[in-house]
Design a binder for this molecule. Structure first.
Ligand code: PMP
Length: 379
């Protein structure tokens, strides 16, 4: 039987302990048993979000929590800032526009990160900005944003800082409270090593004040309802019971490993991956200081069909990496190193990449990538 190794930036590999919990019979949600699961989950999420704020659990993919942040924070006509340096920054703009905001877009070259001073300048140039929407790890380019510096700027204004941490929460540092992040968003299928289906959103007191005044229509994602329900250890609608119980296993595993240790682990996997790509003569889309430890974006070499490379690795050898998105679709491929992965999984991915590149006629020394990664992993 073919393996199914996910080196994709979501969904990521689900560890067997979590699969076991997912296989258990369902329980009813209006019970003390489920209430206990919900309580443990919402407390455990605070550890991963590094916050004392409430974290709400929504039954949706990550985009649902993005939309929840917009419809709860803004009124039609409000001015907001979005940063577009990739597919998911564009999504912020699209959602904000769908809710009728005046959206001031900072465009960033794909592969680069926004600089905090760009946000500072726009906040000064435009009056009454309600919210600044940014992306922790832009999955389409493998770029990490310096949220800490942006937080220092936004906190002294009336605007709230909203961070899409869907890619990366639990895998790369996001200090929600220390960095003055008002709203942070994550999804279950990435650093939390669960199947897709849950979204998480933490909300500061400053953000909640705005949510009480905002005039956008909202129902399912009305966080005022979520707050009221959470005070009673409840949810406004039927929660994704099985996923929430499995989330507690994920949170247990993360706590056991230690968040800081996980950041070091994923950084090491990222280093090994980058070293391997460079040893194969491949160049990276982004570079220091904004390169992410969550996903590595690699430029497809001349005369190689990037789509075919990804497809062959997946369909012939059972190793899933992903192609580019938007205008980078056939120009890059992306290897993720988050979720339930270790160095041997990365080595397997590199072996497979070498094999397929070799078969496609790309010229390099077979084994060079593996050797470079081994050097990092054996140091
Ligand atoms: N933002 C980022 C940074 C992402 O990586 C993704 C998923 N790839 C999303 C938003 C959208 O999340 P979902 O597909 O769970 O709605």
């Amino acid at each position: 039987m073919k393996r199914n190794l996910l080196l994709s930036p979501g969904p990521t590999q689900v560890p067997p302990q979590i699969c076991e919990v997912l296989s258990r019979p369902i329980i009813h949600h209006r019970t003390p048993q489920f209430q206990n699961h919900l309580k443990v989950a919402t407390e455990g999420l605070k550890y991963v979000f590094q916050t004392k704020n409430d974290v709400y659990i929504l039954a949706s993919s990550g985009t649902g929590a993005m939309e929840a942040s917009v419809c709860n924070l803004v009124s039609p006509g409000d001015k907001v800032i979005t940063v577009e340096g990739g597919k998911f920054g564009e999504r912020w703009t699209e959602i904000c526009q769908a809710y009728g905001t005046q959206t001031k877009v900072i465009e960033v070259k794909w592969g680069k990160a926004v600089e905090a001073k760009q946000i500072k300048e726009l906040l000064h140039a435009e009056k009454n900005i309600k919210a600044v929407f940014v992306t922790l790890v832009e999955t389409s380019t493998g770029v990490t944003t310096d949220i800490e510096s942006i937080g220092k700027i936004v906190k002294d204004t009336n605007a709230v800082l909203v961070v899409d941490a869907i890619s990366g929460l639990g895998a790369t540092d996001l200090q929600t409270d220390n960095w003055s992040v008002d709203v942070a968003i994550a999804g279950s299928q990435k650093g939390l090593m669960l199947p897709p289906g849950l979204a998480f959103i933490s909300v500061s007191a400053k953000a909640f004040k705005l949510m009480e005044q905002a005039k956008s229509p909202r129902y399912y994602f009305d966080l005022r309802k979520a707050k009221e329900a959470l005070a009673e250890v409840d949810t406004p609608f039927t929660p994704a019971i099985g996923l929430i119980i499995a989330l507690n296993e994920s949170l247990r595993l993360i706590k056991e490993a230690g968040l800081q240790n996980l950041f070091i682990h994923y950084a090491r996997l990222a280093q090994g991956t980058r070293a391997a790509m460079k040893a194969l003569g491949l160049s990276l889309l982004s570079d220091e200081p904004c390169i992410s430890n969550v996903v590595t974006a690699v430029n497809v070499p001349n005369k190689i069909d990037g789509g075919k490379l990804v497809k062959t690795m997946r369909d012939t050898y059972g190793v899933t990496i992903v192609a580019g998105q938007g205008h980078l679709k056939s120009k890059i491929f992306r290897i993720a190193h988050m979720g339930c992965l270790d160095e041997y999984d990365i080595i397997t991915g590199i072996v497979c990449l070498e094999k397929v590149l070799h078969k496609m006629g790309y010229s390099f020394t077979l084994g060079a990538g593996v050797a470079a990664a081994q050097k990092i992993f054996s140091a």
